[in-house]
Write a protein that binds this ligand. Structure first.
Ligand code: C2O
Ligand code: CU
Length: 475
C-alpha cells in the first residue's frame, strides 16, 4: 500500500490517481488503428474488461468486405468486431479480469500466449470446459512480467485464428526508454479470393506449411501507412499471429535495435538488419528513423528458407512509412536493460527428448500428419514433473522444415542449436526449431497444472504436433 504524506489534499490525490489511469490508456501511440479496450475498473492495479467473440465484417481489400470472426469490446454497445481484437494494456503486477462472452456459432476458449497465468486461466480444452455458443467465462490472472503478449482461441486454432480471432496484450514496466512513439503491430497474412472474401479452399500445401496467405496484414490492414517524424526513435512491438508465415522484416537503409523478446526486455540489446519472427513469437525493437520530408519508406518481409524448397517470392510490403515534421530530441537510452536469465544446470540435470515428425499426404485427398515422438495428440503421453524442477528439453525437428515450438505457462532459455550457443540471451516461450536440427533449452517449471506444448504452425498443432507437460507437487 502506498502511503501519501498527510499534507496532500484530496484534490491532489485525485489528480495523481487520475493521471495514473490516463497514462495507462494513452501510453501506446496509435499505430494503424489498434483500438484499446475500455478498462471498467478505475482502480489502479486492476484492468477489468468485457471481451466478446463473434462474427463480423472487415475490408482487407477494396474489392469487397470479408466475413470474419473477431473480438469486440463488450463494454462499448456498438463497437464492431475488429481484426486484430481490441488492444489490452496493463502494468506489471496488475490483476487482469476478462469477462468473456462467446457469440460465435461454435465453442471456443482464450489462451493468453506467454503470460504466466494460473493453470485455470490458460484457456486450453484440458484446463477448462470450452465456452459454448452464447456462453460466458471469466479469466482472471496477474501479469507478473512486462512484455508483449497476445491472445487467441485454443479450439480449432487453425480455423479460428485464421478467421481473425487474435489480439495483443501489452504489459508495461521495466526500464524507462525514451521514445518518440511506442507502437504495436500484429503481423498476419490471409488467403483471399478475388472478391475480398477469406478463401475456404485449403490445399495440401496449406496443411503442410500452415496456411499461406496471399495478402499480408499489419494490424489487420493490407498496405497500411504510418506517419513518422524525421529523426524519431520509435519502439515497435511485433507479434506474428499468422498460421504459418514467417516474417523476416527489413527496413531499407535502417537497422533494428532489438531490445526485447517473448519474455520481456533483454539484458543486452543488439543490432540487426533483418528480424525473423516465427509464428507465435514476439520482438521489440527501437528504430532511429532517418528520412527527408515527403519521403516514403517500406517495411518489407523478405524470403526465409523454412524448408520444403519454398521458392523466394521476393520482398513483400508490410506497411509504408511517410516522413513529416521533425522529432524533438530525446533523453539517453537506459544504462541497464533487462535482468539476465539465470538458470543453473549441470551434468545431472535431466533431459527430455522431443522429436517433431511429419508424414506427407499419402495421396490425393489425404492429409499430412504431424507427430511428437512418433505419436499424435492426444495420444502423446504427457511429461510428468514437479513445479520448480529444472530440466533441459532437447527438441529435434526430424523433418524438412522449421517448427516454431511453444510451451505454455513459463519461459525458457535457449542453450544451443546443434551444439552452437546463441549470440543473444533472453527468456522465450516460443522458439524456432530449424529443419533437421536439435535445439536445447533449459526451463524451471512454473505452477502446477496441465501445460500444453506444441508447434505454433496451427495446422500442425491441430493435426497432432501437440502434447502436455503435467506439473504436480511432489508428495
Ligand atoms: Cu499461442 Cu498453445 O498457443
Ligand atoms: Cu510445425
Amino acid at each position: 500500500m502506498t502511503r501519501f504524506p498527510g499534507r496532500w489534499s484530496p484534490v491532489v490525490l485525485l489528480m495523481v490517481i487520475a493521471s495514473c489511469g490516463a497514462e495507462r490508456n494513452t501510453a501506446l501511440s496509435e499505430s494503424l488503428g489498434l483500438v484499446p479496450i475500455a478498462d471498467l475498473d478505475p482502480a489502479p492495479g486492476v484492468v477489468e474488461v468485457e471481451l466478446v467473440a463473434g462474427p463480423g465484417q472487415t475490408r482487407y481489400l477494396v474489392d469487397g468486405p470479408a466475413e470474419v470472426w473477431g473480438y469486440r469490446d463488450g463494454a462499448r454497445a456498438d463497437s464492431p468486431v475488429t481484426v486484430p481484437g481490441p488492444l489490452i494494456e496493463a502494468s506489471e503486477g496488475d490483476t487482469v479480469i476478462v469477462h468473456f462472452t462467446n457469440h460465435l456459432p461454435e465453442s471456443t476458449t482464450i489462451h493468453w500466449h506467454g503470460v504466466r497465468v494460473p493453470n485455470a486461466a490458460d484457456g486450453t480444452p484440458t484446463t477448462q470446459v470450452e465456452v459454448p455458443p452464447g456462453g460466458r467465462f471469466d479469466y482472471r490472472f496477474t501479469v507478473d512480467d512486462a512484455g508483449t503478449f497476445w491472445y487467441h482461441p485454443h479450439v480449432r486454432g487453425d480455423v479460428q485464428v485464421e478467421r481473425g480471432l487474435y489480439g495483443m496484450l501489452v504489459v508495461r514496466g521495466g526500464p524507462e526508454i525514451p521514445v518518440t512513439a511506442d507502437r504495436a503491430f500484429v503481423l498476419d497474412d490471409v488467403k483471399l479470393e478475388a472478391t475480398g472474401m477469406l478463401s475456404e479452399r485449403i490445399d495440401s500445401l496449406d496443411l503442410m506449411l500452415g496456411r499461406q496467405g496471399n495478402v499480408i496484414l499489419a494490424n489487420g490492414r493490407a498496405g497500411g501507412k504510418l506517419d513518422v517524424q524525421i529523426g524519431a526513435r520509435e519502439r515497435w512491438r511485433f507479434v506474428n499471429s499468422a498460421n504459418g508465415r514467417y516474417f523476416n522484416l527489413r527496413l531499407p537503409g535502417h537497422s533494428f535495435m532489438v531490445i526485447g523478446w517473448d519474455g520481456g526486455i533483454l539484458p543486452e540489446p543488439y543490432a540487426a538488419d533483418t528480424l525473423l519472427i516465427a509464428p507465435g513469437e514476439r520482438y521489440e525493437v527501437l528504430v532511429d528513423l532517418a528520412g527527408t520530408p515527403g519521403e516514403t519508406l517500406t517495411l518489407e518481409t523478405i524470403h526465409y528458407d523454412r524448408g520444403h524448397n519454398i521458392p523466394d517470392p521476393g520482398p513483400k510490403p508490410v506497411f509504408r512509412i511517410r516522413f513529416a515534421g521533425r522529432a524533438a530530441a530525446l533523453g539517453p537510452l537506459p544504462a541497464s536493460w533487462g535482468p539476465i536469465p539465470e538458470i543453473s544446470i549441470g551434468p545431472t540435470t535431466p533431459t527430455r527428448s522431443i522429436v517433431l515428425g511429419e508424414q506427407e499426404a499419402s495421396g490425393p485427398g489425404e492429409e499430412p500428419s504431424f507427430f511428437i515422438n512418433d505419436l499424435a495428440f492426444p495420444n502423446v503421453p504427457p511429461i510428468l514433473a514437479a513445479p520448480g524442477d529444472v530440466e533441459i528439453w532437447s527438441v529435434r525437428s526430424a523433418t524438412e522444415m522449421d517448427h516454431p515450438f511453444h510451451l505454455h505457462g513459463m519461459f525458457f532459455k535457449v542453450l544451443d542449436v546443434d551444439g552452437v550457443a546463441p549470440l543473444h540471451h533472453g527468456w522465450k516461450d516460443t522458439v524456432n526449431v530449424p529443419q533437421n536440427a536439435t535445439l536445447r533449452f533449459a526451463v524451471r517449471y512454473g505452477a502446477a497444472g496441465r501445460w500444453m506444448y506444441h508447434c505454433h504452425i496451427l495446422e500442425h498443432a491441430e493435426r497432432g504436433m501437440m502434447a502436455e507437460l503435467v506439473l504436480s507437487p511432489k508428495l
